[in-house]
Design a protein around this ligand. Structure first.
Ligand SMILES: [Zn+2]
Length: 174
């Protein structure tokens, strides 16, 4: 079982969303990506981490690796500081990607206590172009005070990563 984990954006080039205290999405995504990969390797999955600026290169790397699953990790951002919670995207409902998204979403909201914004469809390049089941997890809103505090906390990032990894193993054991 080969799994590509993508940390969204790229530190130093594309920060992604930025929190009120200056926390940058790309850095958070990177840390969670590395932690998810560690959890999955600990249970013997073959994992590749990919964090690059160009979306095309993310998909090229996933294809070259011959991934069975693709998971992209992001933090959400909004001009509305009250917007908060977790949502997980798939390109279309009714397939394996939706099942994977539902497993990850359930684990994150259960273990982090974030607001459940549900599984949604999203026309994201990395989901549209993936040749294997693919999801994009918006862990929490970096622009919301409560969510940003979670994302800025190393222990909580570990819990986000564990929840995402468990969501993947839940999906595989269905
Ligand atoms: Zn992002």
């Amino acid at each position: 079982m080969k799994i590509t984990i993508n940390g969204g954006h790229f530190p130093g080039h594309d920060s992604g969303a930025v929190g009120r205290t200056g926390v940058q999405e790309a850095d958070i995504n990177r840390d969670i990506m590395l932690k998810v990969a560690d959890f999955l390797r600990a249970v013997s999955f073959d994992v590749r981490e990919v964090q690059v600026s160009a979306l095309r290169h993310i998909i090229d790397a996933s294809k070259e690796f011959e991934s069975d699953l693709f998971v992209s990790i992001h933090c959400n951002g909004s001009y509305d500081a009250d917007a908060q919670g977790t949502e997980t995207f798939c390109y279309a409902l009714g397939g394996e990607s939706e099942k994977l998204a539902a497993c990850i979403q359930q684990q994150v909201i259960t273990h982090l206590g974030t607001v459940d914004r549900g599984v949604k469809t999203g026309n994201f390049y990395v989901l549209r172009m993936s040749e294997c089941p693919a999801v994009l997890v918006e862990t929490a809103f970096i622009t919301n005070e409560n969510d940003e505090a979670l994302l800025a906390d190393e222990v909580k990032r570990d819990e986000f990563a564990a929840a995402i990894a468990r969501g993947i193993t839940d999906y595989l054991s269905i």
